[in-house]
Design a protein around this ligand. Structure first.
Ligand code: PBG
Length: 323
């Protein structure tokens, strides 16, 4: 036979030689949930992940750095009493996330890339990502609050702010607010394509951010509309985003790929809570083999064109040599 593709599959060394896709620690971003109380609270729906107080977060990040995880994405989980109609605790100067950012920067400086989620859903009393007037989520008022939140995070030392709210015009407003506040170097990782739907269930338990009425379909995108998604997502670059994120990851490998082909900026994908938890749950039942399945998830996302993957599996993947 002239052509035998199996020749280059003969040994592990040959297979590694011809491998086209890499999965390295630098590609992974570990998500962190920050709680006001010290210590740790396990999150039942995200096995292996806890909400941590600031000191516990510092210890965790220090251990993760030793594994090679140099980027973190922070989510604040404030007390119920700190949720309010105007989401004021989201942009409080000494809020939970700014304090965590400051502590991380003091401890690890330039060795760590600190990214923060910028969204109001954990801070509004309704659990919606924007400020509401009755059933209506008010776009421009929410954008103003989000821009303040981004500036507060930047002032605390965040390297990257990552808006996940999906209001219109938020990237431009944030970019302008950051420039005006003297933070021209803070990067914006925009959730460029983020679909409404059922993929975020475990996260909402983790972040205590389920909407109290209705759903998120008036601001998050419709997964049936790839053209509209791409148009909307690419617009974020014109508004001043530095990198674009697609979420959830596995149901959107086509969109990761198409964004990759249409833009020259870094592309990130968010391997979301239920993508992670589904593997964990099935593994507990003995129905799947956790390590190779998680690896195949992450490799497929990389192959689709994601430079960075936000994943709850980052730490375990490196600790247990899944990748
Ligand atoms: C905030 C936000 C959410 C996620 C990331 N940022 C929740 C949501 O949009 O409902 C979900 C991440 C995950 O499921 O892991 N808006």
């Amino acid at each position: 036979m002239l052509i035998r593709s199996r020749r280059l599959r003969t040994t592990a060394a040959l297979r590694d030689l011809v491998a086209e896709t890499d999965l390295l620690p630098r590609h992974l971003i570990q998500g962190h949930f920050i709680q006001p109380q010290e210590g740790s609270t396990e999150i039942a729906s995200l096995p292996g992940i806890s909400r941590n107080g600031i000191q516990a977060t510092l210890r965790q990040v220090e251990a993760d750095l030793k594994l090679g995880i140099r980027s973190v994405l922070l989510f604040g989980v404030p007390e119920r009493a700190d949720k309010s109609p105007d989401a004021a605790s989201a942009y409080a100067e000494r809020g939970l996330v700014p304090q965590a950012v400051q502590a991380l920067k003091e401890a690890f400086g330039q060795d760590l890339v600190v990214m923060t989620d910028v969204c109001l859903c954990a801070y509004t009393d309704t659990g919606h990502c924007g400020i509401n007037h009755g059933p209506e989520i008010a776009n421009d008022e929410s954008v103003a609050a989000l821009a303040r939140m981004a500036v507060v995070h930047a002032r605390a030392g965040a390297d990257v702010v990552a808006p996940s709210d999906m209001m219109d015009g938020r990237i431009r407003a944030m970019r302008e607010a950051l420039e005006a506040a003297g933070h021209p170097s803070t990067a914006i990782l925009s959730y460029a394509i983020k679909h409404a739907g059922a993929f975020y269930g475990p996260f909402r338990e983790a972040a205590d951010s389920s909407p109290k009425f209705g759903d998120r379909r008036s601001y998050q995108m419709d997964l049936r509309n790839p053209r509209e998604n791409l148009r909307d997502g690419l617009q974020d670059l014109d508004e001043g985003a530095d990198a674009l994120l697609v979420k959830p990851a596995l149901p959107n490998l086509d969109l990761i790929w198409r964004l990759r082909e249409r833009s020259l900026c870094p592309i990130a994908a968010y391997h979301v809570s239920s993508e992670y938890s589904a593997v964990k749950a099935a593994a507990r039942l003995g129905w799947v083999d956790e390590a190779p399945l998680m690896r195949e998830h992450l490799l497929a996302i990389r192959r689709a064109g994601a430079d960075w993957i936000v994943t709850y599996a980052a730490r375990e993947a490196l600790q247990k040599h899944w990748i």
